[in-house]
Design a protein around this ligand. Structure first.
Ligand code: PXP
Length: 246
């Protein structure tokens, strides 16, 4: 089975920095530590309101680390220009406005195929690996394949929310949908990633799916890092991923 990559999302280090408006804690330092702790990539979301990372963080993260940057961005001209000027390894297109979002929280691809198809073209032509952050909905997955996205990231937020609420039946139904979605994406020739809300309890059933190539995890790891340090938090996640994979 191919190795399951762990992308560590450092956005919440930036959120904490921004809460005081100063320079600490530094998300670039978190990215360097994540690399040392065995992360396979860094994920960061430049939001339109810059509530997580800021523009200057992008180049600084790319300079300070040698693992790939997965740049999360809305499908806007501004973000496209920023991605093209920095040339991250990957760009994950995420919904930012309500009308771009499906009820499950993913990007509305099926209803916006023409625009998104045109939008991802220049990124792909420049050599940036484009992924689309979508719900485990067959219509969205098929639309992603139709517009030529090489990668999808399936939104695990509903699964992890139901788990934290203790609604086991709803959680298991969501997990079953993710399993089907992962298989469909893989059968359509897409590389399949999963992310949002994953923690030590919810990661194993996802990591066990052989078709999943990458997980992107941030909030839980950064919270855990307060108590045990970022390297131990990442090592704990890596160990659970590897155990589930085996
Ligand atoms: N994947 C995508 C596309 C995201 O936007 C995020 C952040 O919301 C994550 C993964 C990581 O989610 P979390 O921080 O809940 O682990």
């Amino acid at each position: 089975m191919e190795k399951l990559r762990l992308g560590v999302n450092i956005d919440h280090v930036a959120t904490l920095r921004n809460a005081r408006g100063g320079a600490t804690p530094d998300p670039v330092r978190a990215a360097m530590l994540a690399e040392q702790a065995g992360a396979d990539g860094i994920t960061a979301h430049l939001r339109e309101d810059r509530r997580h990372i800021r523009d200057a963080d992008i180049g600084a993260i790319m300079e300070a680390t040698s693992i790939p940057l997965n740049f999360e961005m809305a499908a806007t001209d501004e973000m496209q220009a920023i991605a093209l000027s920095h040339m991250p390894h990957a760009a994950c297109i995420v919904p930012e406005k309500r009308e771009e979002r499906t009820t499950e929280g993913g990007l509305e691809v099926a209803g916006d195929q023409n625009r998104l198809g045109h939008f991802i073209g220049p990124l792909a032509d420049a050599g940036i690996r484009v992924s689309l952050f979508i719900a485990a909905d067959p219509a969205q997955i098929e639309a992603a394949a139709r517009i030529g996205a090489p990668v999808i990231e399936i939104h695990s937020g509903a699964y992890t929310d139901f788990d934290s609420e203790g609604d086991v039946a709803a959680r298991d139904a969501e997990l079953a949908r993710i399993v089907e979605g992962v298989k469909l994406g893989h059968d359509l020739g897409l590389e399949v990633h999963v992310g949002h809300g994953l923690n030590y309890d919810t990661v194993a059933p996802i990591a066990a799916l052989p078709e999943v190539r990458e997980l992107n995890i941030g909030h839980f790891l950064m919270g855990e890092a307060f108590f045990v340090g970022l390297d131990a938090a990442i090592a704990g996640m890596r160990a659970r991923m590897d155990a589930a994979r085996a």
